[in-house]
Design a protein around this ligand. Structure first.
Ligand code: F6P
Length: 320
């Protein structure tokens, strides 16, 4: 392969820039031309591409967001959109693409691979919801951001002897909520993967904790569950503790990537180009048991998700 492209698609995540940098540098070091495709598949359809060199990716490893911008593109789901994208590839001689994003982006990578443009998916999303991979780029930074934000909220919650119900991002995945919930010592954690009963798992827990003289409480709720304002009102009414709801929102997606995100992104970006150099496409790069390996995209998209019930049990036993 002589020319490849790189794009970021879906919700941005800290560490995407480190992955772009690794892709561009690995390609350049091996004599391969690289095009940066702006705004994900939308940029590919609209021919919004530019050639990148080793210096184009200087001073980005420490930056959140993505220098290539990102988008969710409906047009690419249609055959006509895909054909326009293929035209752009032909025009610039792009023979393979590294797609950095989540499951939705991987579906696009699979569809392009099936149409003759080999693509390699690199998991980039704060949600950690890519079943095939133990880890997704951006997750660690996001967890640390959530922890820092909730630690701040905790200061004021403690001063006022209040309860705070915090809504955490994660799409339909509770990993961010569960892990940050442990890290902040939440009294209750509510995630979509584990059956919950608000009365038993939130109200009763708070009441039980109140009996041990605890006066402030943190309840972490995954965004898929929703209703944090209502839950705060219910807690106030039934537990007699003044309560507030906090929706952390997009603050969770920004910030300078942690060491873990920079290193994993660099490893994955490097590996993606290695595969394209060997003429291999239709794969995703994943982290499995601390190793960076690759899977067939179709296989990766059809894996079953499991939740860490042990971690949930620990959280509930120790945060009371
Ligand atoms: O996938 C990342 C994510 O931040 C999810 O956690 C959240 O559900 C979604 O994206 C929000 O999307 P948007 O930025 O389009 O509002």
């Amino acid at each position: 392969m002589k020319t490849i492209g790189v794009l970021t698609s879906g919700g941005d995540a800290p560490g995407m820039n480190a992955a772009i940098r690794a892709v561009v540098r690995t390609a350049c070091e091996n004599g391969i031309k690289v095009f940066g495709i702006n705004r994900g598949y939308a940029g590919l359809i609209e021919d919004d591409v530019r050639e990148l060199n080793i210096r184009s990716v200087s001073d980005i490893i420490h930056r959140g967001g993505t220098m290539l911008y990102s988008a969710r593109c409906k047009e690419f789901r249609e055959e006509a959109g895909m054909q326009k994208a293929i035209e752009t590839c032909k025009k610039h001689g792009i023979e393979g693409i590294v797609v950095i994003g989540g499951d939705g982006s991987f579906r696009g990578a699979r569809d392009l691979s099936l149409r003759g443009i080999p693509c390699i998916g690199v998991p980039g999303t704060i949600d950690n919801d890519i079943v095939s991979s133990d880890y997704t780029i951006g997750y660690d930074t996001c967890l640390n951001t959530i922890m820092q934000m909730v630690d701040r909220v905790r200061d004021t919650v403690e001063s006022h002897s209040r309860c705070v119900v915090v809504e955490v991002m994660g799409n339909r995945c509770g990993d961010l909520t569960l892990n940050s919930g442990i890290a902040v010592g939440a009294t209750a954690i509510v995630i979509p993967e584990i059956h919950f009963d608000i009365e038993k798992h939130v109200i009763e827990r708070i009441r039980r904790t109140q009996k041990t003289d605890k006066k402030h409480f943190i309840v972490m709720v995954a965004e898929g569950i929703g209703g944090v304002e209502e839950l705060a009102r219910k807690i106030e009414k039934e537990c007699g503790v003044e309560s507030r709801a906090v929706i952390l929102g997009h603050v969770q997606r920004g910030g300078s990537p942690t060491v873990r995100d920079r290193v994993v992104a660099s490893q994955m970006g490097y590996k993606a180009v290695q595969l394209l150099m060997d003429g291999i496409g239709n794969r995703v790069i994943v982290q499995k048991d601390d190793h960076i390996v690759d899977f067939d995209i179709y296989e990766a998209l059809n894996m079953e998700r499991s939740v860490n019930t042990e971690l949930y049990k620990i959280a509930h036993e120790i945060s009371i």
